[in-house]
Design a protein around this ligand. Structure first.
Ligand SMILES: [Zn+2]
Ligand SMILES: [Zn+2]
Ligand SMILES: [Zn+2]
Length: 254
């Protein structure tokens, strides 16, 4: 299976509009981060995890012409506001796009994209097929079998994903006791790391390094990064070898 990072930035993206800081002004393309999203690909299936406001650009940049389904980790705008950008793929594939998520998240999608769920939607509206998932539970799509568990993003339960010995946790501050087992014996942990300062709903670098110390994944990749962390090149130099910043376009095979 291949995992591609379509975006590794926090909710405002990096650079932040109007910001003159060193990171936002960096020429290194690895410091340019679209909103966080990944693509999971097997021979049989292509699954998108999260569909934020950069989705059109991400689909074009990664040359994606087919998607089997979308999984939404939670309802924040930076993870679902791009659902309308699925329309070209829905038109091409001539069927509704399955959108997986827990009931709270899907309820929000129905409200925010009410035009897509109207009795008689206009012909160009996206056809979204909402597929409710219990958490903890299994996301079972073609040959992708993922364990879905809850992590806490402030007080909001957000979905984490474990496939084999890889876990993806995009927005979290705390791992509740009942979910710690999903972080054990990992080859790869992908985890949000917002900045150096503490934050109520995201982990900072210190908290990520503590988590890595506790669970000892073989490799850890940081994502959902803000312009208040460090330059990509500084992270490479400062972090231990088994902790690396992810960047847009990075691809992992596992
Ligand atoms: Zn987010
Ligand atoms: Zn900045
Ligand atoms: Zn969030």
């Amino acid at each position: 299976m291949t995992l591609r990072f379509l975006g590794t930035g926090t909710s405002q993206g990096v650079p932040v509009v109007g910001c003159q800081c060193q990171i936002c002004q960096s020429d290194d393309p690895k410091d340019h981060r679209l909103r966080s999203s990944i693509l999971l690909e097997t021979d049989l299936c292509t699954l998108l995890v999260d569909a934020g406001p950069d989705l059109r650009h991400q689909l074009l940049r990664a040359e994606i012409d087919h998607l089997d389904a979308v999984f939404l980790t939670h309802e924040h705008n930076d993870h679902c506001n791009g659902l309308d950008d699925l329309r070209p793929l829905i038109f091409r594939q001539k069927k509704a796009m399955p959108i997986y998520g827990e009931s709270r998240v899907l309820g929000q999608i129905k409200n925010r994209f009410a035009y897509a769920f109207a009795k008689n939607p206009y012909p160009g509206a996206p056809r979204l097929e909402l597929c409710e998932l219990e958490i903890p539970g299994i996301l079972d799509i073609s040959d992708i079998k993922a364990e879905i568990f809850h992590v806490l993003h402030g007080k909001l339960p957000v979905a984490g994903i474990r496939i084999g010995d890889l876990a993806y946790i995009t927005d979290a501050h705390t791992i509740p006791e009942e979910s710690t087992r999903y972080l054990e014996n990992l080859d790869v942990l992908i985890i949000n790391c917002l900045r150096h300062e503490k934050h109520y709903s995201h982990m900072n670098l210190e908290e990520v390094l503590e988590l890595v110390e506790n669970f000892k994944p073989k490799m850890t990749y940081l994502t959902h990064i803000s312009h208040q962390l460090s330059l990509h090149s500084e992270l490479l130099a400062d972090l231990p070898q088994h902790v690396r910043p992810a960047y847009d376009g990075l691809s992992l095979t596992f």
